[in-house]
Design a protein around this ligand. Sequence first.
Ligand code: 16G
Ligand code: ZN
Length: 534
Amino acid sequence: TLQKSVTAIAAKNHPKNHSKTIQYGTAGFRTVATDLDHVVFRMGVLSVLRSLKCNCQTIGLMITASHNKEEDNGVKIVDPMGEMLEQSWEELATELANVGDDKLDTVINDIVEKQNIDLSKTGSVFVGQDTRPSSDSLARAALTGIAALSGIVKDYGIVTTPMLHFFVTCQNTNEAYGKATADSYIKKISSAFLKLRGDTYEKGKYKPEIQFDGANGVGSVIIKDFAKAIGDALKININNDRVNELGVLNKDCGAEYVKTQQKPPKGVAVVANARCVSVDGDADRVVYYYVDADDKFHLLDGDRIATLVAGYIMEVVKKTGLEVNLGLVQTAYANGSSTAYISEKLNVPVACVSTGVKNLHRKAVEFDIGIYFEANGHGTITFSDKVKDKLDRELTNPSSTKSQLAAMKELALLINLINETVGDALSDMLLVETVLHARGWNIQDWENTYEDLPNRLLKVIVKDRNVVETTDANRKCTSPAGVQDAIDEVVKKFKNGRSFIRASGTEDVVRVYAEADTQENADHLANLVKKIVE
Ligand code: 16G
Ligand code: ZN
């Protein structure tokens, strides 16, 4: 049978070479690259099964470990509408990855039977990879796995994670979302950007020039295509683009480094007050920063991007005269000032959900226009079919006024500028540039829209982090008993005090977050809550 031949290929060419258990988590499988060969081969197999399960729609398979160090790698499966792999299949993935070579056919058989999969049909998989030295051979392992189940495959080579999500969505919407090629991706986004920019590149305090930090990864490759397409409309000074040099990927640079270290990346010349951008190793996260004349570092993270774009899109929507429900989705980690600013000043409704991109995305699509960003810089905007249809109709409605029409055209271009399928650092960056340009703002104007509340994030090492359970989007602790009451008791003593705890999903720690009127108080509050946890 097919299952038996897959098993034979696996044992011969991609045998399991260690007995460590590995789990399909929120970011797929991620670990040291040398442990991944058999895992990726099997994920090739699984993605064909997933495609067959989804009526032969195309599935994505991405080889990347994002912001992790260069020795690591990972594999992530993308579902038909560009979403992340369905939860119940995460468990199948884990089972398939860990079983011994001799039991592979049994597990595949099980999946085929339980999922009612028809192996006589043909599955289809798109494969992409980042620039890691291990990515090539892992991508080949995936291709072998796909071929073993006779799947059709398209190998995109080196692409960003969000590009692969984009291609999968294009393919499964009969190209309604665009053509599933790198050229079409660059063209769709850059031509929307150019039209939004118009003929005046400089506006008010906005200067069309940025310092770009590509983390020495795939973002620095693809940004060159954008830079070529965009030309003088935005001068992108590309730094950290040494993708062929060993040992430099994500090393002291990139969005994760800048966000967690709160300092500029290595490899980018510091120019006082210049607008700077960092993306991560697979270009699905972006943050802005600048260094002022006194050498002080200023970070504009995902919270700031969310408030900037939500405020702007809300304004455009209002001008269209269309009835659209627009909302911003945040997590409990969003700074209280950002929530207050966006809900009270800009009148954009805010929803709060549990940490994790999946939760944010799922909530965002409940709105006609849903905006979400995690503080770490991962985020996007989703537009419902209802809004797109309405826009199409009203754009040709003779009773629309001139200013309504202009706003509708702008909204339609914004939709094309945004990669709705997943957070996309490069598209998000061009969106931020578009809003700053439209407002005539420099990066300081953007920062001055509101002042962050001082805050502190701490880790607590405990015996068993899983005893900590939360509800209300991580904001209330339900277990162990009494902990929430104790937190409430200390929070009460602080002006603008807010604090919550949750078990990390990626590290063996409990995280404590606290906010208060001054940095001293935020630190003090965080430490008091830490004591409660200990
Ligand atoms: C993962 C999540 C991210 C979340 C982070 C929290 C995805 C793709 N990524 O990186 O959304 O913010 O975990 O980490 O879902 P923590 O549980 O260690 O605090
Ligand atoms: Zn990433």
